[in-house]
Design a protein around this ligand. Structure first.
Ligand code: W6P
Length: 392
Protein backbone atom coordinates (compact mmCIF):
# COMPACT_ATOMS: atom_id res chain seq x y z
CA UNK A 1 0.00 0.00 0.00
CA UNK A 2 3.01 2.28 0.33
CA UNK A 3 3.19 2.61 -3.44
CA UNK A 4 -0.54 3.23 -3.57
CA UNK A 5 -0.25 5.97 -0.95
CA UNK A 6 2.58 7.60 -2.88
CA UNK A 7 0.64 7.30 -6.10
CA UNK A 8 -2.43 8.94 -4.67
CA UNK A 9 -0.42 11.76 -3.14
CA UNK A 10 1.43 12.28 -6.41
CA UNK A 11 -1.81 12.32 -8.38
CA UNK A 12 -3.51 14.89 -6.19
CA UNK A 13 -0.32 16.75 -5.42
CA UNK A 14 0.88 17.53 -1.93
CA UNK A 15 -1.85 20.13 -1.71
CA UNK A 16 -2.62 21.06 1.86
CA UNK A 17 -6.07 22.03 2.97
CA UNK A 18 -5.54 25.27 4.83
CA UNK A 19 -8.89 24.96 6.55
CA UNK A 20 -12.39 23.65 6.28
CA UNK A 21 -14.88 26.41 5.64
CA UNK A 22 -18.17 25.46 7.27
CA UNK A 23 -20.34 27.22 4.72
CA UNK A 24 -18.61 25.40 1.88
CA UNK A 25 -19.05 22.05 3.61
CA UNK A 26 -22.70 22.77 4.29
CA UNK A 27 -23.36 23.83 0.71
CA UNK A 28 -21.77 20.61 -0.47
CA UNK A 29 -23.72 18.51 2.00
CA UNK A 30 -27.05 20.01 1.03
CA UNK A 31 -26.43 19.31 -2.62
CA UNK A 32 -27.99 16.09 -3.86
CA UNK A 33 -26.79 13.40 -1.52
CA UNK A 34 -24.35 11.57 -3.75
CA UNK A 35 -22.02 14.55 -3.85
CA UNK A 36 -20.97 14.00 -0.27
CA UNK A 37 -20.35 10.34 -1.03
CA UNK A 38 -18.22 10.98 -4.08
CA UNK A 39 -16.38 13.77 -2.30
CA UNK A 40 -15.71 11.61 0.77
CA UNK A 41 -14.69 8.65 -1.35
CA UNK A 42 -11.94 10.80 -2.79
CA UNK A 43 -10.99 12.86 0.26
CA UNK A 44 -11.07 10.35 3.12
CA UNK A 45 -8.36 8.04 1.69
CA UNK A 46 -6.38 11.14 0.79
CA UNK A 47 -6.46 12.37 4.39
CA UNK A 48 -5.36 8.92 5.55
CA UNK A 49 -2.54 8.92 3.02
CA UNK A 50 -1.42 12.33 4.28
CA UNK A 51 -1.65 11.06 7.83
CA UNK A 52 0.54 8.02 7.11
CA UNK A 53 3.13 10.23 5.43
CA UNK A 54 2.96 12.72 8.31
CA UNK A 55 3.72 9.84 10.70
CA UNK A 56 6.63 8.75 8.51
CA UNK A 57 7.97 12.30 8.71
CA UNK A 58 8.00 12.47 12.50
CA UNK A 59 11.53 13.30 13.66
CA UNK A 60 13.88 12.11 16.43
CA UNK A 61 12.63 8.56 16.19
CA UNK A 62 9.06 9.19 17.34
CA UNK A 63 7.85 7.12 14.39
CA UNK A 64 9.81 4.13 15.72
CA UNK A 65 8.02 4.05 19.07
CA UNK A 66 5.74 1.04 19.52
CA UNK A 67 2.46 2.89 19.79
CA UNK A 68 3.25 5.08 16.79
CA UNK A 69 4.17 2.03 14.70
CA UNK A 70 0.84 0.51 15.68
CA UNK A 71 -0.92 3.74 14.76
CA UNK A 72 0.67 3.80 11.34
CA UNK A 73 -0.31 0.20 10.70
CA UNK A 74 -3.90 1.04 11.55
CA UNK A 75 -3.92 4.13 9.30
CA UNK A 76 -2.47 2.17 6.38
CA UNK A 77 -5.03 -0.64 6.85
CA UNK A 78 -7.89 1.89 6.93
CA UNK A 79 -6.49 3.50 3.80
CA UNK A 80 -6.40 0.14 2.04
CA UNK A 81 -9.94 -0.61 3.07
CA UNK A 82 -11.27 2.68 1.67
CA UNK A 83 -9.39 2.69 -1.65
CA UNK A 84 -10.74 -0.78 -2.28
CA UNK A 85 -14.31 0.47 -2.05
CA UNK A 86 -15.89 0.98 -5.49
CA UNK A 87 -17.14 4.48 -6.32
CA UNK A 88 -20.35 5.01 -4.35
CA UNK A 89 -22.56 5.68 -7.35
CA UNK A 90 -25.54 3.47 -6.60
CA UNK A 91 -27.49 2.39 -3.55
CA UNK A 92 -25.42 -0.75 -3.05
CA UNK A 93 -21.94 0.75 -3.40
CA UNK A 94 -22.99 3.66 -1.25
CA UNK A 95 -24.07 1.33 1.54
CA UNK A 96 -20.80 -0.57 1.22
CA UNK A 97 -18.74 2.59 1.45
CA UNK A 98 -20.71 3.88 4.41
CA UNK A 99 -20.24 0.56 6.17
CA UNK A 100 -16.47 0.71 5.66
CA UNK A 101 -16.30 4.25 7.03
CA UNK A 102 -18.48 3.22 9.96
CA UNK A 103 -16.30 0.22 10.79
CA UNK A 104 -13.09 2.21 10.60
CA UNK A 105 -14.69 4.75 12.85
CA UNK A 106 -15.58 2.16 15.48
CA UNK A 107 -12.00 0.93 15.38
CA UNK A 108 -10.64 4.47 15.57
CA UNK A 109 -12.38 4.87 18.88
CA UNK A 110 -10.81 1.67 20.19
CA UNK A 111 -7.39 2.57 18.89
CA UNK A 112 -7.81 6.07 20.33
CA UNK A 113 -5.51 7.82 17.94
CA UNK A 114 -4.53 10.92 19.87
CA UNK A 115 -3.83 8.92 23.00
CA UNK A 116 -1.61 6.51 21.07
CA UNK A 117 0.36 9.45 19.75
CA UNK A 118 0.62 10.93 23.24
CA UNK A 119 1.88 7.57 24.48
CA UNK A 120 4.42 7.57 21.67
CA UNK A 121 5.69 10.96 22.86
CA UNK A 122 5.97 9.61 26.41
CA UNK A 123 7.87 6.56 25.12
CA UNK A 124 10.20 8.87 23.22
CA UNK A 125 10.74 11.04 26.29
CA UNK A 126 11.62 7.92 28.28
CA UNK A 127 13.93 6.75 25.56
CA UNK A 128 15.74 10.08 25.24
CA UNK A 129 16.02 10.43 29.01
CA UNK A 130 17.53 6.98 29.38
CA UNK A 131 19.95 7.75 26.58
CA UNK A 132 20.91 11.09 28.11
CA UNK A 133 21.26 9.58 31.56
CA UNK A 134 23.51 6.83 30.21
CA UNK A 135 25.92 9.43 28.85
CA UNK A 136 26.29 11.07 32.23
CA UNK A 137 28.87 10.16 34.85
CA UNK A 138 27.64 8.27 37.87
CA UNK A 139 27.53 11.36 40.08
CA UNK A 140 25.72 13.30 37.35
CA UNK A 141 23.24 10.46 37.16
CA UNK A 142 21.90 11.54 40.49
CA UNK A 143 20.58 14.73 38.87
CA UNK A 144 16.96 15.54 39.10
CA UNK A 145 14.48 14.59 36.44
CA UNK A 146 14.02 18.19 35.27
CA UNK A 147 17.71 18.58 34.50
CA UNK A 148 17.43 15.70 32.08
CA UNK A 149 14.20 17.15 30.73
CA UNK A 150 16.04 20.42 30.03
CA UNK A 151 18.67 18.48 28.13
CA UNK A 152 16.21 16.70 25.84
CA UNK A 153 14.01 19.76 25.30
CA UNK A 154 15.69 20.92 22.08
CA UNK A 155 14.88 17.56 20.51
CA UNK A 156 11.32 17.55 21.81
CA UNK A 157 10.81 21.03 20.36
CA UNK A 158 11.46 19.61 16.89
CA UNK A 159 8.23 17.63 17.19
CA UNK A 160 5.85 20.58 17.23
CA UNK A 161 5.34 21.14 13.50
CA UNK A 162 5.31 17.47 12.48
CA UNK A 163 2.85 16.55 15.26
CA UNK A 164 0.61 19.45 14.24
CA UNK A 165 0.59 17.99 10.72
CA UNK A 166 -0.44 14.56 12.00
CA UNK A 167 -3.24 16.02 14.05
CA UNK A 168 -4.42 18.17 11.17
CA UNK A 169 -5.21 15.06 9.13
CA UNK A 170 -6.71 13.37 12.13
CA UNK A 171 -9.08 16.32 12.52
CA UNK A 172 -9.93 16.58 8.81
CA UNK A 173 -10.61 12.88 8.56
CA UNK A 174 -12.83 12.75 11.65
CA UNK A 175 -14.74 15.82 10.63
CA UNK A 176 -15.54 14.56 7.16
CA UNK A 177 -16.25 11.00 8.30
CA UNK A 178 -18.61 12.09 11.06
CA UNK A 179 -20.24 14.52 8.65
CA UNK A 180 -20.88 11.66 6.23
CA UNK A 181 -22.20 9.32 8.90
CA UNK A 182 -24.44 11.90 10.50
CA UNK A 183 -25.95 13.08 7.24
CA UNK A 184 -27.50 9.69 6.71
CA UNK A 185 -30.78 8.97 8.42
CA UNK A 186 -30.94 12.38 10.01
CA UNK A 187 -34.30 13.99 10.02
CA UNK A 188 -33.75 17.32 8.37
CA UNK A 189 -33.87 19.15 11.64
CA UNK A 190 -33.61 22.89 11.62
CA UNK A 191 -30.31 24.31 12.73
CA UNK A 192 -28.24 21.23 12.05
CA UNK A 193 -26.62 19.70 8.97
CA UNK A 194 -24.61 16.57 9.67
CA UNK A 195 -22.58 17.56 12.71
CA UNK A 196 -22.61 21.27 11.92
CA UNK A 197 -24.88 23.65 13.77
CA UNK A 198 -26.06 26.34 11.43
CA UNK A 199 -27.26 28.84 14.05
CA UNK A 200 -24.75 28.96 16.88
CA UNK A 201 -25.27 31.53 19.59
CA UNK A 202 -21.77 31.97 20.93
CA UNK A 203 -22.81 33.49 24.25
CA UNK A 204 -25.00 30.48 25.08
CA UNK A 205 -22.18 28.15 24.10
CA UNK A 206 -19.74 30.03 26.34
CA UNK A 207 -22.17 29.89 29.28
CA UNK A 208 -22.50 26.13 28.94
CA UNK A 209 -18.73 25.60 28.70
CA UNK A 210 -18.10 27.82 31.71
CA UNK A 211 -20.64 25.89 33.75
CA UNK A 212 -19.01 22.59 32.85
CA UNK A 213 -15.52 23.84 33.71
CA UNK A 214 -16.77 25.29 37.01
CA UNK A 215 -18.33 21.95 37.91
CA UNK A 216 -15.10 20.13 37.13
CA UNK A 217 -13.13 22.62 39.19
CA UNK A 218 -15.53 22.31 42.11
CA UNK A 219 -15.40 18.55 41.80
CA UNK A 220 -11.62 18.55 42.19
CA UNK A 221 -10.97 21.48 44.54
CA UNK A 222 -14.38 21.53 46.26
CA UNK A 223 -14.59 25.23 45.38
CA UNK A 224 -14.23 27.39 42.28
CA UNK A 225 -13.21 31.00 41.55
CA UNK A 226 -15.88 33.34 40.21
CA UNK A 227 -16.26 33.61 36.48
CA UNK A 228 -17.54 36.87 34.98
CA UNK A 229 -18.89 36.72 31.47
CA UNK A 230 -18.74 40.09 29.74
CA UNK A 231 -20.47 41.11 26.53
CA UNK A 232 -19.51 44.57 25.31
CA UNK A 233 -22.40 46.99 24.77
CA UNK A 234 -23.45 47.71 21.23
CA UNK A 235 -22.13 44.35 20.06
CA UNK A 236 -25.19 42.95 18.35
CA UNK A 237 -24.84 39.21 18.48
CA UNK A 238 -25.06 37.08 15.38
CA UNK A 239 -25.47 33.41 14.86
CA UNK A 240 -23.14 31.50 12.60
CA UNK A 241 -22.44 27.98 11.36
CA UNK A 242 -19.81 25.88 13.10
CA UNK A 243 -19.38 22.65 14.94
CA UNK A 244 -20.46 23.60 18.42
CA UNK A 245 -19.00 20.49 20.07
CA UNK A 246 -15.54 21.56 18.88
CA UNK A 247 -15.89 25.10 20.22
CA UNK A 248 -17.22 23.67 23.48
CA UNK A 249 -14.24 21.32 23.78
CA UNK A 250 -11.75 24.17 23.27
CA UNK A 251 -13.55 26.51 25.67
CA UNK A 252 -13.65 23.90 28.44
CA UNK A 253 -9.94 23.26 27.92
CA UNK A 254 -9.14 26.98 28.21
CA UNK A 255 -11.43 27.53 31.20
CA UNK A 256 -9.89 24.54 32.96
CA UNK A 257 -6.44 26.07 32.53
CA UNK A 258 -7.56 29.51 33.70
CA UNK A 259 -9.30 28.12 36.78
CA UNK A 260 -6.39 25.87 37.66
CA UNK A 261 -3.89 28.72 37.28
CA UNK A 262 -6.04 30.95 39.51
CA UNK A 263 -6.45 28.32 42.22
CA UNK A 264 -2.76 27.35 42.17
CA UNK A 265 -1.63 30.98 42.38
CA UNK A 266 -3.97 32.06 45.19
CA UNK A 267 -4.34 28.85 47.13
CA UNK A 268 -5.68 29.34 50.64
CA UNK A 269 -7.29 26.69 52.76
CA UNK A 270 -9.87 26.96 55.46
CA UNK A 271 -9.62 25.34 58.90
CA UNK A 272 -10.78 22.03 57.51
CA UNK A 273 -7.97 22.13 54.97
CA UNK A 274 -10.30 22.72 52.04
CA UNK A 275 -9.52 25.15 49.26
CA UNK A 276 -11.32 28.45 49.70
CA UNK A 277 -11.86 30.51 46.55
CA UNK A 278 -13.76 33.43 48.12
CA UNK A 279 -11.03 36.01 47.73
CA UNK A 280 -9.57 34.88 44.45
CA UNK A 281 -9.57 37.21 41.46
CA UNK A 282 -12.34 36.14 39.07
CA UNK A 283 -11.70 34.69 35.65
CA UNK A 284 -13.09 37.15 33.10
CA UNK A 285 -14.56 35.93 29.84
CA UNK A 286 -15.12 38.47 27.11
CA UNK A 287 -17.42 37.35 24.31
CA UNK A 288 -17.73 39.20 21.03
CA UNK A 289 -19.72 37.96 18.10
CA UNK A 290 -20.25 41.02 15.96
CA UNK A 291 -22.38 40.71 12.88
CA UNK A 292 -20.62 41.25 9.59
CA UNK A 293 -17.20 40.53 11.09
CA UNK A 294 -15.18 37.57 9.89
CA UNK A 295 -14.36 36.19 13.32
CA UNK A 296 -15.95 36.01 16.73
CA UNK A 297 -13.60 36.09 19.70
CA UNK A 298 -13.67 34.72 23.21
CA UNK A 299 -11.00 36.14 25.48
CA UNK A 300 -10.43 34.34 28.78
CA UNK A 301 -8.41 36.30 31.33
CA UNK A 302 -7.03 34.84 34.52
CA UNK A 303 -4.81 36.31 37.22
CA UNK A 304 -2.96 33.07 37.76
CA UNK A 305 0.54 34.62 37.84
CA UNK A 306 1.19 34.09 34.15
CA UNK A 307 3.74 32.07 32.25
CA UNK A 308 7.50 32.85 32.15
CA UNK A 309 8.54 34.19 28.76
CA UNK A 310 11.01 31.37 28.35
CA UNK A 311 8.19 28.85 28.57
CA UNK A 312 5.63 30.46 26.28
CA UNK A 313 6.33 28.17 23.36
CA UNK A 314 6.35 25.13 25.63
CA UNK A 315 2.83 25.72 26.85
CA UNK A 316 1.53 24.97 23.36
CA UNK A 317 3.84 22.02 22.86
CA UNK A 318 2.83 18.37 22.93
CA UNK A 319 5.31 17.42 25.57
CA UNK A 320 4.54 19.84 28.28
CA UNK A 321 2.32 19.68 31.26
CA UNK A 322 2.56 21.96 34.26
CA UNK A 323 0.12 19.78 36.04
CA UNK A 324 0.72 19.29 39.69
CA UNK A 325 -1.20 16.44 41.21
CA UNK A 326 -4.58 18.11 41.85
CA UNK A 327 -4.48 19.50 38.36
CA UNK A 328 -4.01 16.04 36.97
CA UNK A 329 -7.13 15.00 38.79
CA UNK A 330 -8.98 17.90 37.22
CA UNK A 331 -7.82 16.68 33.86
CA UNK A 332 -8.85 13.12 34.57
CA UNK A 333 -12.32 14.36 35.42
CA UNK A 334 -12.55 16.00 32.01
CA UNK A 335 -11.22 12.84 30.49
CA UNK A 336 -13.98 10.84 31.98
CA UNK A 337 -16.57 13.26 30.74
CA UNK A 338 -15.34 13.12 27.17
CA UNK A 339 -15.08 9.37 26.97
CA UNK A 340 -18.74 9.08 27.83
CA UNK A 341 -19.80 11.66 25.27
CA UNK A 342 -21.42 10.69 22.00
CA UNK A 343 -18.95 12.61 19.89
CA UNK A 344 -16.75 10.52 17.68
CA UNK A 345 -13.86 12.90 17.34
CA UNK A 346 -13.24 14.32 20.78
CA UNK A 347 -10.48 12.12 21.93
CA UNK A 348 -9.84 12.74 25.58
CA UNK A 349 -6.22 13.49 26.20
CA UNK A 350 -5.94 15.54 29.13
CA UNK A 351 -3.20 14.58 31.44
CA UNK A 352 -0.79 14.03 28.58
CA UNK A 353 -0.41 17.71 27.84
CA UNK A 354 -2.13 17.46 24.46
CA UNK A 355 -5.09 19.67 25.35
CA UNK A 356 -3.80 23.06 24.26
CA UNK A 357 -1.95 22.15 21.07
CA UNK A 358 -4.86 20.01 19.92
CA UNK A 359 -7.31 22.80 20.74
CA UNK A 360 -5.24 25.22 18.68
CA UNK A 361 -5.17 22.75 15.79
CA UNK A 362 -8.97 22.38 15.94
CA UNK A 363 -9.32 26.17 15.90
CA UNK A 364 -6.95 26.52 12.94
CA UNK A 365 -8.45 23.68 10.91
CA UNK A 366 -11.79 25.45 10.97
CA UNK A 367 -10.49 28.86 10.02
CA UNK A 368 -9.85 30.29 13.48
CA UNK A 369 -6.92 30.44 15.88
CA UNK A 370 -5.92 30.23 19.49
CA UNK A 371 -3.25 32.43 21.04
CA UNK A 372 -1.98 33.11 24.53
CA UNK A 373 -0.60 36.34 25.94
CA UNK A 374 0.92 36.34 29.35
CA UNK A 375 2.05 38.93 31.83
CA UNK A 376 4.61 37.18 33.96
CA UNK A 377 3.76 37.43 37.64
CA UNK A 378 0.22 38.63 36.94
CA UNK A 379 -1.87 36.51 34.61
CA UNK A 380 -2.71 35.11 31.19
CA UNK A 381 -5.16 35.93 28.42
CA UNK A 382 -6.24 33.26 26.01
CA UNK A 383 -7.83 34.41 22.74
CA UNK A 384 -10.01 32.02 20.80
CA UNK A 385 -10.94 33.25 17.32
CA UNK A 386 -13.85 31.50 15.65
CA UNK A 387 -14.64 31.95 11.99
CA UNK A 388 -18.20 33.15 11.51
CA UNK A 389 -19.51 31.42 8.41
CA UNK A 390 -22.95 32.58 7.49
CA UNK A 391 -25.48 30.32 5.82
CA UNK A 392 -26.61 32.86 3.24
C1 W6P B 1 -2.07 29.96 32.76
C2 W6P B 1 -1.56 28.92 31.81
C3 W6P B 1 -2.67 28.89 30.82
C4 W6P B 1 -2.82 28.14 29.67
C5 W6P B 1 -3.99 28.30 28.91
C6 W6P B 1 -4.98 29.16 29.30
C7 W6P B 1 -4.85 29.92 30.45
C8 W6P B 1 -3.68 29.76 31.20
N1 W6P B 1 -3.31 30.41 32.38
O1 W6P B 1 -1.48 30.37 33.76
Amino acid sequence: DSACIDGLLAFYGRRLHAEFDMSVVVRRCTDPEYNTYIFSHKELPLFLAHHVRAIDNLPVGLNAMDSVVELRRFMAASFKRLVNCPLPLCEKTRAGFLEAVQEINDQRQDVDILRKMALGVLELKEHLSRHTRARLTSTQQLVKHDVIYQKILPELRLLQGPLDECNRYFIYYNFLASQLMNLEGQTKSRGRIGTIDTEINLLELVKGSVEEAKQLCTHVYSDCPDVKIIVPNNMEPTTFAHKSSTIHYILVELMKNALRATVDAHMTRNAAGLVNCDDMPPVRVLVTSPSSMSHACVCIEDEGKGIPRSQMDLVMSYTYTTAAKPALELMEAVNHHHSSSEEVDMSPLAGYGFGLPVSRMYARCFGGDLTLQSIEGFGTKAYLYVKQSSML
